[in-house]
Structures are given as C-alpha cells and as structure tokens.
Design a protein around this ligand. Structure first.
Ligand code: DC
Length: 214
C-alpha cells in the first residue's frame, strides 16, 4: 500500500505548515484539498464552465515558503487566498455534487512514494484507509493571529475582531454541514498545536510512519 498521512483540522490550526514540512522532508506528494475548493470557487465566480478542466491548468509552486499559484500564466495567489474566495469556498463546499466532483481529483494525488493530505475530511471520507490520521487544533486566538499574519504578509489590511467573526463563521459552517463535516475520525490522534513544538510533532509522525507502514 502507498503510505498516506491525513491531517484534518479547522483553518489556522497549522495543518498547512505541518503538511508542507512533512511532505518536503519525506519527499512525498502533498495535497492541499482546501486549495482545490478555493480553485473551484474561483472558477465558479468567473462562470467558467468546465471547472475540472480549468483546475488541471493550474500550476502550484512553493519557493522558500512563498506560495505561488498560476493559471494560464496569471498569478492568482491573492485571489485564491483573499476574503471573497475564502468565504465562497466554505459556502460551496457544503454542496454534495461539488464535493463529488473534487473527490477523484483528490484521489489522484495518492501516488508513490507517499502522500500527505490535509483538509477537513481527509481521514473520514477521501482517504479512510489512512493508517495515520491526525486531527490538529489550536486555540481560536492563536488561529486568528496566524491568519492575520498570513494576510498582512500578502499585503492586506486586517481587522482582528472582524477576522475572528469570519473564522468562527467558517468553523461553524465547516463542522455543522451535512456532507463530510469536519470531525475527529475514529482512530485519529488529536494534537493541540497552540503551544506544541512542530519539530516534536514531525518526529512523532515520522516514528508512526516507520511503525505503521513497514
Ligand atoms: O483549508 P482552507 O481554508 O483552504 O479551505 C477552504 C474551504 O474549503 C473551507 O472553508 C472548507 C472547504 N474544505 C472542505 O470542505 N473540505 C476539505 N477537505 C478542505 C476544505
């Protein structure tokens, strides 16, 4: 079996940082499923007809930790990470048909030598066969600060109390929706990432990989 580590959690819990570090150290494939939902919302808002085809035209790069997403030569990173698409992706992700459309694209990332997949339903729906399921959480205040830093780094203005409300709204929607809500799967390891040292978490996951995917 091609090994998989699934990492689920709410926005700002640090799953992106953890997943990227793991995939780059292990040289495994990396699936940022939230980014696929964001791409979907982006093309939906532009009334593109064949969204799957458009998603295939996107290229992702991450140079020295700086993410760049290109579509037909245009840099759409700020569009995808901005407020409008953030809210629209959360809204559209409640739709069962849209989730089904993205299911096979997500599955296609499961390739040798292994996969680190992050999102909301990686452990429960998309890769339930994963032998290492992580559920990452962090205190809301910490998550708001992380998101604020992300936005400031992207040159955007931040209103902390508005941002907190936005994150709480998204949390509620992502956890209470009918289809594939964010939840802790059976057998998942819950890690509170508020004060946890990422190096220790990475070491622990690598040990689990050696134990469970021999
Ligand atoms: O992880 P993110 O913030 O980039 O995700 C954007 C939205 O996509 C999020 O509000 C909910 C949705 N999403 C989802 O429904 N299922 C996933 N596996 C990943 C993201």
């Amino acid at each position: 079996m091609i090994p998989i580590v699934t990492i689920d959690g709410p926005s700002g819990s640090g799953k992106g940082t953890l997943a990227k570090r793991l995939s780059s150290e292990l040289k495994w494939n990396y699936l940022d499923s939230g980014l696929l939902y964001r791409c979907y919302a982006f093309f939906y808002s532009r009334e593109q007809v064949n969204i799957r085809e458009q998603i295939n035209k996107i290229t992702f790069s991450n140079l020295k930790g700086k993410e760049k997403i290109l579509w037909q030569g245009n840099d759409i990173t700020n569009d995808l990470r901005g407020k409008g698409i953030t809210l629209l992706s959360s809204e559209l992700s409640q739709n069962k048909e849209i989730r089904q459309k993205l299911f096979l694209i997500q599955k296609s990332y499961h390739k040798k030598p292994g996969l680190i997949a992050e999102g909301r339903d990686m452990s429960s729906i998309v890769f339930p066969e994963s032998k290492i399921k992580i559920f990452l959480t962090a205190a809301i205040e910490e998550r708001v600060q992380r998101r604020a830093n992300q936005l400031r780094n992207a040159g955007q203005k931040v209103n902390i109390s508005e941002l907190k409300k936005e994150i709480q709204l998204r949390d509620r929607r992502d956890s209470e929706r009918t289809h594939s809500p964010l939840s802790i799967s059976e057998g998942a390891i819950e890690i509170d990432n508020t004060y946890e040292n990422i190096e220790i978490t990475i070491d622990n996951i690598k040990k689990l990989i050696n134990e469970r995917y021999k």
